[in-house]
Design a protein around this ligand. Structure first.
Ligand SMILES: *Cc1c(COP(=O)(O)O)cnc(C)c1O
Length: 437
């Protein structure tokens, strides 16, 4: 398997280089070639496979040139060692719950898979690599958890002060050791800008080997295909499902589209967006215009210019009609999202988080237009991560999952910095760690 750049100016690379580089020098995105195709025999057999066997079967073609099968098995087992249940919420509507991992959001699988691959690639490295990420909440936690304690790796996370939830902040700041959290007096866009600038700063890149762990990395992107195979393993009907995906940077849904391109039986995809509607607008008009980010209650999807959109175009060979016949897109406002959380709890006693609620609503809109097609929505975060939004809408306590009990009492450590790049630079150049305890 080779990986080419969607901009076509950079050289093709192997999986290893694609993971380590993150992005090609021409600023396109890496894209695999040739894409695997799944035959009938496999699709029949799939339901009887364990999730580990299935995951190995899917990811092997993408990784086998650089990671031996035995290692890949170990990496996969560590990345998916929790449940991915398909839960019936009401007749013909199922939730694929992707929040049973350590940080309660679907990004755990991608981050842990990437961590396993990097750990293997850097096993004999002479010096450390620094993973530098900006987060609006969920990415940072998943990356912190996945890379905590991994040899040869330092993690530096920038997050906007006062803009992440209490649990999210604890998840960023309580690891310590090789995981450093910087609280930036600014918004997510400031964090993102500072990170981008660091990658192009000669003095910093001479001092430290930097890499990113954001959602464009092929290790994170490709491993998300597994969700769709796990969903189909559990799907009780002959008729293929419609799948609704809460979308921000569009990495997750783009992985689903790739799986379907290979032959996974999915009837149709719905991209479920909040007020950030660049893709819904594109589906409507055929013109794609990235926008400024708008803040909403489903904040992990607050992305004005979705980075994986170019990969979607690549899958469909930039053919607008083809994109439109395979994927619908919906923009759901915050009031509707709140109303959905309230109503689904009242009618079905199922507690949605704001991201899952956007996906559920998009699925219902599609079903209204398409004869009540049977469908799945991806429930990407546990509602306990967003108590300020969810609690007032339900007259019940949100159950606290085992994995975060005790987190509230832990003391977090972070370094406060301004949104001035120079401050980040000086800190990175000193190479100190924030002392914990
Ligand atoms: C990141 C995230 C999303 C958006 O996923 P993309 O792959 O960026 O489209 C949706 N829901 C939750 C809870 C997330 O953390």
């Amino acid at each position: 398997m080779r990986y080419f750049s969607t901009n076509r100016f950079s050289a093709d690379v192997t999986f290893r280089e694609a993971v380590i580089n993150g992005q090609p020098p021409d600023k396109g995105l890496y894209f695999p070639n040739p894409l695997p195709r799944y035959d009938e025999a496999f699709l029949k057999r799939m339901k009887e496979m364990s999730k580990e066997e299935l995951a190995l079967y899917i990811l092997k073609p993408f990784t086998e040139d650089d990671i031996p099968e035995k290692e890949m098995k170990t990496i996969i087992e560590a990345a998916i060692n929790f449940e991915f249940p398909l839960v019936e919420v009401e007749k013909s509507v199922y939730a694929l719950e992707l929040f049973h991992g350590p940080t309660l959001a679907f990004k755990d699988v991608g981050a842990r898979f990437m961590s396993g691959c990097l750990k293997y690639f850097l096993r004999e490295a002479a010096s450390n690599t620094t993973i530098l990420v900006a987060t609006s909440g969920d990415t940072g936690g998943a990356v912190a958890d996945a890379f905590a304690g991994v040899e040869h790796i330092d993690v530096v996370i920038l997050y906007p002060a006062g803009k992440v939830s209490g649990i999210q902040e604890k998840q960023l700041t309580t690891y310590g050791g090789n995981v450093q959290a910087l609280q930036v007096a600014g918004n997510f866009d400031d964090c993102q800008r500072m990170v981008k600038q660091a990658f192009t700063d000669d003095a910093i890149t001479r001092k430290r080997t930097l890499t990113s762990a954001n959602s464009i990395n092929v290790a994170r992107w490709l491993s998300q295909q597994l969700y769709y195979f796990f969903a189909l393993q559990q799907w009780p009907y002959e008729e293929p499902p419609v799948i609704s995906v809460p979308s921000g940077n569009f990495g997750n849904i783009c992985a689903g589209l790739l799986a379907r391109f290979g032959g996974l039986p999915v009837q149709h995809f719905n991209a479920a967006c909040n007020a950030n509607d660049a893709v819904p607008q594109y589906i409507e008009s055929g013109a794609y215009e990235p926008k400024e980010t708008i803040a909403t209650i489903s904040n992990a999807m607050d992305v004005g210019a979705p980075s994986n959109f170019v990969r979607i175009l690549e899958i469909f060979e930039k053919n607008y009609a083809l994109v439109k016949s395979n994927m619908s897109a919906f923009s759901i406002d915050d009031d509707t999202t709140r109303e959905t959380i309230r109503r689904v709890y009242e009618e079905n006693k199922y507690i949605l988080d704001p991201h899952g609620a956007v996906a559920y609503t998009a699925l219902q809109k599609y079903r209204e237009q398409h004869g009540d097609a049977k469908g799945i929505f991806l429930h990407t975060a546990h509602p306990i991560k967003f108590p300020d939004v969810v609690s007032p809408l339900i007259d019940d306590k949100i159950p606290v999952p085992h994995s975060i009990r005790g987190l509230e009492k832990k003391k977090g450590h972070s370094l406060k910095i301004s949104a001035d790049f120079e401050e980040l630079k000086q800190w990175l150049m000193r190479g100190n760690r924030i002392t914990t305890n």
